[in-house]
Design a protein around this ligand. Structure first.
Ligand SMILES: [Zn+2]
Length: 508
């Protein structure tokens, strides 16, 4: 039975139909009349009961339901076909799907863009509304982010859980200086290191000290002396983006034109689109084998480069009308001074090459997954026409385009992310004893991953097109957040700030 066409307005009727089907699938479950949600937005109940949910567990096994889920003090206390318990808040998930919250393994917290202030709550709401309950920041304002991390952990702010990585790069200098920097990262409470732009000897020093300090590591390799091969050999935990993987499979160096200048973003991003096409397929396969053997996870961030294959689409996503903050809008204007806004003289030929490269890149990712490689999901939004959270849902869609079954894709976005961030034993699954980071979804993500997008999807109802889908509740640490309310707040922030920036000169 199709379950992806539920709209919030029509669910009582749908619920009845669904319950008939559900009763057939699980005869022991009692058919109870659909009730009303009594959960209150952003208020933590002691006992939260989610009733009649179809459950996607996160670990790749098929959905099962309808099930009741009891959350006690932020922890999943029980998952069973029928729980006759009293609770101080109830969410009726009849006809809905419940799955683990999503893990974004590559993001950044921004409170301004293009020099224009942007409320940090805007970004927090967007991530929660898109189902993200755990984030890893790969470089940002370290002190601010550590403060927000503590506030989120104490349930003091409306925000996902956070991990904050410390950036270490070539600029840190000698091996000794790098080692000192890594020790400082540990002393200041970094959850891990993001390694960026290094030569081999610097990387050896970084990795040796990271291991000595017990710090996790990830890398944005860029086009460097070192490639994925060096990072895998030295034991990095994960590789971000596409960088470094194809580079490890070239015959010699990259075939860039003589005018190449990596600091010119038009050149950098138009030519980066050719590296997978330049890679030797056999060598590429060997690099993937090495990554799998060394247990290096891959956070490909497919969605962040997508504008490169269709910039007109990226500039005109329908949800931008209401939800794109004016600071981001200004930042996304073509301008080589703003990182990722490289669409200055962008051509059809460049897009065609990116489309070709995407296919090879996705095939490599699919091969990596088939070999047993661990794949996670990150959006890196706030750059290149990608909006916080929306980019992560799009990332899931692109993992499906790469050839993964939606159930596998959800594992990338939940269990794998939690495991990579060292929390696989306590979140990322719908399981008794795990932290209650859960999504209550209007529809079946396995039928259409786009139902996770808070803008919703077009669905047919009574022969007419209507809006449906979206996550109804994002639950983090047992606190239910009502997604339509979060998005109403986002729109209010955008409207207020649009008024403020009116008449202001645009960014240079
Ligand atoms: Zn990033």
């Amino acid at each position: 039975m199709a379950r992806g066409w539920l709209s919030r307005r029509t669910w009582p009727l749908v619920a009845l139909v669904t319950m008939v089907g559900a009763a057939v699938m699980a005869p022991s479950a009692q058919v109870r009349p659909a009730g009303r949600d009594t959960a209150v937005h952003a208020r933590k109940p002691t006992r939260l009961l989610i009733r009649h949910a179809m459950v996607i567990y996160g670990n790749g096994k098929p959905p099962y339901g309808p099930m009741d889920i009891l959350v006690q003090d932020g922890v999943i206390a029980n998952v069973a076909p029928s729980l006759p318990v009293e609770a101080d808040a109830v969410i009726d998930a009849t006809g809905k799907y419940v799955m683990p919250g999503l893990v974004d393994t590559h993001m950044h917290w921004h409170d301004e863009r293009a020099g224009i202030p942007m409320p940090i709550q805007y970004e927090r709401n967007l991530y929660l509304a898109n189902g993200v309950t755990l984030t890893r920041e790969n470089g940002g304002n370290f002190s601010k982010s550590k403060q927000w991390q503590a506030e989120s952990a104490a349930d003091q702010i409306v925000a996902p859980r956070m991990q904050v990585y410390w950036v270490v790069s070539r600029g840190n200098g000698t091996a000794e200086a790098i080692r000192a920097n890594v020790r400082e990262a540990k002393a200041r409470g970094a959850d891990g290191l993001k390694i960026f732009g290094m030569d081999r000897d610097q990387l050896e020093a970084t990795m040796a000290e990271a291991k000595a300090q017990g710090l996790k590591t990830t890398t944005h390799i860029a086009v460097e002396e070192v490639t994925a091969r060096d990072f895998a050999e030295l034991g990095v935990d994960s590789i971000e983006h596409f960088y470094g993987v194809a580079d490890a499979a070239l015959d010699g160096v990259q075939h860039f034109p003589p005018e190449m200048n990596y600091s010119n973003e038009l050149l950098r991003f138009s030519k980066a689109g050719e590296l997978y096409a330049q890679a030797d397929p056999k060598k590429l396969d060997e690099v993937l084998d090495l990554m799998v053997a060394k247990k290096v996870a891959w956070s490909p961030t497919l969605s962040i480069y997508e504008a490169s294959r269709d910039v007109i689409k990226a500039q005109n996503l329908p949800w931008y009308k209401e939800y794109l903050h004016p600071a981001l809008q200004a930042f996304f204007e073509p301008n080589l001074a703003n990182h990722g806004s490289y669409f200055v003289g962008w051509t059809n030929t460049m897009e065609v090459r990116w489309k070709q490269q995407y296919r090879i890149w996705m095939d490599a990712l699919r091969a990596f997954g088939r070999k047993g490689g661990v794949i996670t999901t990150g959006d890196d939004s706030g750059f290149i026409h990608s909006l916080y959270g929306f980019g992560l849902v799009r990332e899931l869609e692109l993992h499906e385009e790469a050839g993964f079954h939606p159930l596998d894709v959800i594992t990338h976005g939940t269990v794998n992310g939690a495991t990579l961030l060292g929390m696989g034993d306590k979140l990322g699954r719908v399981r008794q004893g795990f932290l209650a980071d859960l999504l209550v979804v209007n529809g079946n993500p396995l039928e259409n991953l786009r139902v996770l997008n808070p803008y919703g999807v077009d669905v047919m109802k009574d022969g007419r097109m209507t809006r449906g889908g979206g996550i109804e509740w994002t639950i983090k640490n047992g606190i239910p957040y009502h997604v339509p309310t979060l998005m109403k707040e986002v729109k209010a922030m955008v409207d207020a700030d649009k008024k403020k920036v009116e008449g202001r000169p645009t960014a240079p």
